[in-house]
Design a protein around this ligand. Structure first.
Ligand SMILES: *[C@@H]1O[C@H](CO)[C@@H](O)[C@H](O)[C@H]1NC(C)=O
Ligand SMILES: *[C@@H]1O[C@H](CO)[C@@H](O)[C@H](O)[C@H]1NC(C)=O
Ligand SMILES: *[C@@H]1O[C@H](CO)[C@@H](O)[C@H](O)[C@H]1NC(C)=O
Length: 258
C-alpha cells in the first residue's frame, strides 16, 4: 500500500485529476477566483502559473512531463510566495469555489486551511526543487512512472490510472531512488509524524531512513528569486478553457494531504 501510494502519487493524482476535471464544470464565481489568482501579480511572480497553462494547452495526447518540468524550473527560480500571498490566494479560491466544493465546503475553516497551506508550502517547494545532476527529481520520477505506466497525458489518464491499480508493487528502482530518499528526508524533518519510518524501511531498507543526504542530489530553489512574470490576463483566459490543470492541482494537493 505504502509503495504504491508513494511512487505513483505524482503521476496518478495528476492523471486522475485531469480525468475527473475534464468532466468538471466550474461555477463562474470559481472561474473568476481562479482567474484572479492567476492574474494577480504576486501569485504570478511566485507560482509561475503561466507555465502551467501550457499543460492545459499542449493537446490532450501530449505528455505532461515536459510542461511540468518547465513550470517547476520557473517556480524554483522565483522567490517564494509570502504568507500574505498564499493567504489571499487560498481565501479567494475557497470563497469563490465554495459552491463547487459542495458538501466539503461545510467543514472547511478558512483560517485552518490557510495555516496548512502556509505550513506545507516551504516543504512542497523544497521537495519540488530537488535535483539529481541536471534534472529535477520530480521530472525523473514522472519519467520513470511514465515508462512504467504509459504516457502521462490528459487523454491517457484513465488508462494510466487503471494500469497503476493493477500493480501490487512499484519496482524499488522507482520508489527507493536517491531523489525519493532526499524528498523523504525533507518531509521527515518538516513533518516528523507524516510518514511512518518502519513502512519506509520495510520497502526501501534501513539505509533509506538513515537521514543522510544521498549523493548526487542538490537543491535548485532560490530564496531571492530573479523572475517577475505577470501580465497573465490573456493566459488566464486560456486557462479557463483549460480548467483541467487546476483540477489537477486540487486533486494532487488533496492527495498529498491524505
Ligand atoms: C489523440 O489520439 C487519438 C487516438 O490516437 C486521436 O484519435 C486524436 O485525434 C488525437 N487527438 C489530438 C488532439 O491529437
Ligand atoms: C507563515 O505562516 C506559517 C503558519 O501559518 C508560520 O508557521 C510561518 O512561520 C510563517 N512564515 C513566515 C515567513 O512568516
Ligand atoms: C527498473 O528495473 C527494471 C527491471 O530490472 C528495468 O526494466 C527498468 O528499466 C528499471 N527502471 C529504472 C527507472 O531504472
Amino acid at each position: 500500500m505504502f509503495n504504491l501510494k508513494f511512487a505513483t502519487l505524482a503521476s496518478v493524482t495528476i492523471g486522475a485529476g485531469l480525468a475527473s476535471a475534464q468532466q468538471l464544470t466550474l461555477s463562474s464565481n470559481c472561474q473568476t477566483a481562479l482567474s484572479n489568482v492567476l492574474t494577480n501579480a504576486d501569485t504570478a511572480a511566485c507560482l509561475n502559473p503561466s507555465a502551467l497553462v501550457s499543460v492545459a494547452l499542449n493537446g490532450g495526447n501530449a505528455s505532461i512531463v515536459d510542461p511540468i518540468n518547465n513550470w517547476l524550473t520557473g517556480f524554483c527560480n522565483a522567490a517564494p510566495c509570502s504568507n500574505d500571498t498564499l493567504s489571499t490566494a487560498t481565501r479567494n479560491l475557497l470563497s469563490g469555489c465554495a459552491a463547487d466544493l459542495g458538501p466539503f465546503s461545510e467543514g472547511i475553516n478558512a483560517d485552518e486551511v490557510v495555516a496548512q497551506v502556509q505550513q506545507i508550502f516551504p516543504t512542497f517547494r523544497k521537495v519540488a526543487c530537488l535535483k539529481e545532476g541536471n534534472s529535477l527529481c520530480v521530472t525523473k520520477v514522472l519519467t520513470d512512472a511514465q515508462n512504467l505506466l504509459g504516457t502521462l497525458s490528459i487523454n491517457n489518464a484513465m488508462a494510466v490510472f487503471a494500469k497503476a491499480r493493477t500493480l501490487t508493487e512499484i519496482p524499488t528502482n522507482i520508489t527507493c531512488t536517491n531523489c525519493v530518499k532526499a524528498a523523504y528526508n525533507i518531509v521527515k524533518q518538516d513533518f516528523p509524524d507524516a510518514i511512518p519510518s518502519q513502512d519506509v524501511s520495510s520497502v526501501c531498507g534501513a539505509s533509506f531512513i538513515d537521514g543522510n543526504t544521498p549523493s548526487g542530489i542538490s537543491q535548485s530553489l532560490t530564496d531571492s528569486g530573479n523572475k517577475a512574470s505577470n501580465n497573465n490576463a490573456a493566459l488566464a483566459q486560456s486557462v479557463l478553457g483549460g480548467i483541467p490543470v487546476v483540477g489537477t492541482l486540487f486533486a494532487s494537493a488533496a492527495f498529498f494531504m491524505l
